[in-house]
Ligand binder design. Structure first.
Ligand SMILES: NC(=O)C1=CN([C@@H]2O[C@H](COP(=O)(O)OP(=O)(O)OC[C@H]3O[C@@H](n4cnc5c(N)ncnc54)[C@H](OP(=O)(O)O)[C@@H]3O)[C@@H](O)[C@H]2O)[C@@H](O)CC1
Ligand SMILES: Nc1ncnc2c1ncn2[C@@H]1O[C@H](COP(=O)(O)OP(=O)(O)O)[C@@H](O)[C@H]1O
Length: 270
């Protein structure tokens, strides 16, 4: 039996790193990003956009050339040179079989920093030297565990917990309700409108989470359960930004990303 604690907007406020006077771009945290592919470059653009909108010192984007060009066109703030990072985000918009960035991902995974594994990089969890969070939807979790999709859809809370225990990582299982299971911790949140069921929504969540992880890298090393709290906070932010972008109607994912700064400002104010 898995008992989940509801994670709220109020709980999430403490997971937003507000810069101090003494901060610079490096001390705030640098997120390394290896996402997108020649086939799906849009996922890279969305993830980087969402990460920057969430507030991080720098994004280093190291994905395929076509995606890098589009990322830079949209976000010239992104840096495409290698260098030190406080966390990695990888896999969104990547085919899990034909991974053109596999060598870069394996090299990055050898670094002992926290890593967010999404989409086509989920199964690389056992190659990571640092703390890992995986962010599957139902179908991806079924593939990862070699389980039945219908069983997962019928009991996502139980399956998120089971996946965390079996794989030895923190799991964020996506859906109308998001379930997060980590070491000794199970959290759930359902702050998102169903308008969020649109392509690219998961890529934005991964970017928001990457940003929160990069700005709390040291805290995660000290307390492994912190990764779950950050993940639940990312899902809350994602849901509230979706609500703001939607206003009761349809939304696009870049509108969601654009709504993240005001969502954070409102959370910090209230
Ligand atoms: N902006 C970007 O760059 C974005 C890029 N993205 C990336 O795109 C890639 C390919 O995504 P995709 O959904 O096309 O994957 P695909 O393996 O064909 O199908 C997976 C399953 O879905 C089902 N299914 C599909 N269509 C269906 C339908 N009309 N109606 C009902 N079912 C349908 C289909 O079921 P089947 O047809 O087999 O019954 C299959 O089992 C992926 O790598 C993702 O990361 C996303 O992150 C979004 C934003
Ligand atoms: N019906 C829904 N209500 C609320 N949120 C949803 C709903 N369906 C999907 N979502 C959210 O949208 C996102 C979809 O992620 P994902 O399936 O990875 O999409 P994509 O691959 O298109 O980016 C997740 O954050 C999920 O929680």
């Amino acid at each position: 039996m898995s008992t989940y604690t509801a994670w709220t907007a109020r709980d999430s406020v403490g997971r937003i790193a507000v810069p101090r006077e003494s901060d610079d771009k490096y001390s705030r945290g640098v997120l390394g990003v290896i996402t997108g592919s020649t086939m799906y470059p849009g996922a890279a653009v969305i993830g980087v956009e969402a990460a920057l909108r969430t507030g991080v010192g720098m994004v280093r984007y190291l994905g395929p050339e076509r995606a890098a060009g589009l990322v830079l066109q949209r976000r010239p703030e992104a840096v495409t040179s290698e260098g030190r990072v406080q966390a990695w985000l990888m896999g969104s918009g990547m085919d899990h079989v034909e991974r053109e960035s596999l060598a870069q991902m394996v090299e990055a995974l050898a670094q002992p920093v926290p890593v967010v594994l999404d989409g086509g990089a989920l199964d690389l969890y056992d190659r990571a030297a640092g703390p890992v969070i995986v962010t599957p939807h139902f179908r991806e979790l079924a593939r990862l565990l070699d389980a039945n999709l219908a069983d997962i859809a019928a009991g996502p809370a139980v399956w998120a917990r089971r996946a965390a225990d079996e794989l030895g990582v923190t799991v964020l299982l996506k859906g109308h309700t998001t379930y997060v299971a980590g070491p000794g911790i199970s959290l759930s949140t359902a702050s998102a409108p169903s308008w969020l069921a649109t392509a690219g929504a998961g890529d934005a969540l991964a970017g928001i989470l990457g940003s929160l992880v990069a700005t709390h890298s040291a805290r995660i090393q000290d307390d492994p359960a912190e990764l779950a709290r950050l993940a639940a906070s990312a899902a809350v932010l994602h849901g509230l930004a979706a609500e703001r972008a939607s206003g009761g109607g349809p939304l696009t994912i870049l509108d969601l990303a654009a709504a993240v700064p005001a969502t954070i400002a409102a959370l910090l104010r209230d």
